[in-house]
Design a protein around this ligand. Structure first.
Ligand code: DOR
Ligand code: ZN
Length: 353
């Protein structure tokens, strides 16, 4: 923690180096104008997920998408979207060097059918081995949606089964491939990452730090708490909190903020994803503060992710104050409406500058 945060803490505020969101969905088109300003007001950089329709599978597409995101950054805010490619069964190994040279920071693996816009995802990891070899050679990180897709496996067990049946063999075959297990949700994932060497890291969302699976069912079914991997029981939330606040460089901030129009969430077949970008740092501050570890927030949010990706630390700062404020009920999202997680509720921390 920097001296400034120590100094400010006693006054009920914390000043940290400007953070990075290492896992973010911003969609495309009209949605960008709604969601990009929320992230750009808090974060200096964000790693942008490629699960558009159609997915971002080439360097050329990623660079055009980056330009569209940059066009949605409000004047006066400095924000850099860092781009990723979507791994398919036939992503060409030659694309990796091209991507690396163009500044693409990672490739995302979605098991086919695991989550939103994953139908073009990987059907069998072995089909991607030539591309993974190129990634290992080029130092290009692989980001994993770590869930098996078999309907025979209980939805609450899909992450733990993925680690055992998919990730462990993959790691054996690619000992020096940089991997990030994204949005981890279980004690098993925490244990796995802690036991790994420096080539493996994990992101943790604010909602998995703040809520357990009861939140989905409190007083009736609450679709805005549905994401994938789904919230787990309290023991897992506690394991995630310990991981995020223990000072290990292997765990860092990735919101997985995932905007869906209200009518697609409050739906017979509601979409997975929690929209947290609007209050992301405030939600993390709440979680860290409740764990008595607000002093650990800066490294988790601003240093460990950058270090894993080999990026310089950001230069600006972000100040949060302990102050109650009420989240809006919704925002316009193109022609639709977007409900943030915890809409209408009161948060204890607020970004002030
Ligand atoms: O809840 C989720 N929403 N999990 C994902 O993996 C994807 C995301 C989305 O794109 O909506
Ligand atoms: Zn995601």
């Amino acid at each position: 923690m920097s001296m400034s945060s120590q100094n400010c803490l006693s006054g009920g505020s914390i000043t940290i180096t400007r953070p990075d969101d290492c896992h973010l969905h911003v969609r495309d088109g009209d949605a960008l104008a709604c969601v990009v300003p929320h992230t750009a007001a808090r974060f200096a950089r964000a790693i942008i997920m490629p699960n558009l329709r159609p997915p971002v599978t080439t360097t050329a597409q990623a660079l055009l998408y980056q330009q569209r995101i940059l066009s949605a950054v409000p004047p006066g805010l400095a924000f850099l979207p860092l781009m990723t490619l979507y791994l398919t069964d036939d992503l060409d190994a030659d694309e990796i060097k091209r991507a690396r040279d163009a500044g693409v920071v990672a490739v995302k693996l979605y098991p086919a059918g695991a989550t939103t816009n994953s139908d073009a995802g990987v059907t069998d990891i072995r089909k991607t081995y030539a591309t993974l070899e190129a990634m290992q050679r080029e130092g290009m990180p692989l980001l994993l949606h770590g869930e098996v897709t078999s309907h025979a496996i209980d939805v609450f067990d899909r992450e733990a089964v993925f680690i055992e049946t998919q990730l462990m063999p993959l790691r054996q075959d690619f000992p020096e491939l940089k991997m990030v297990l994204e949005h981890i949700t279980t004690h098993e994932a925490v244990q796995y990452v802690l036991a790994c060497d420096r080539w493996t890291a994990a992101t943790i969302t604010a909602h998995h730090l703040l809520f357990n699976r009861n939140a989905i069912f409190a007083g009736g079914i609450r679709p805005h708490y549905f994401c994938l991997p789904v919230l787990k029981r309290e023991t897992h939330r506690q394991a995630l909190l310990s991981a995020a606040t223990c000072g290990s460089r292997k765990f860092f901030l990735g919101t997985d903020s995932a905007p869906h129009a209200i009518h697609l969430k409050e739906n017979n077949s509601g979409c997975a994803g929690c929209y947290t970008a609007f209050a992301a740092m405030e939600l993390y501050a709440q979680a860290f503060d409740a764990a008595g570890a607000i002093d650990k927030l800066e490294a988790f949010a601003s240093f460990y992710g950058a270090d894993f990706y080999g990026l310089p630390h950001n230069t600006g700062t972000l100040t949060l104050r302990r102050e109650s404020w009420r989240l809006p009920d919704s925002f316009p999202l193109g022609q639709d409406q977007l409900k943030p997680l915890c809409s209408g509720e009161t948060l204890a921390w607020r970004v002030v500058s």
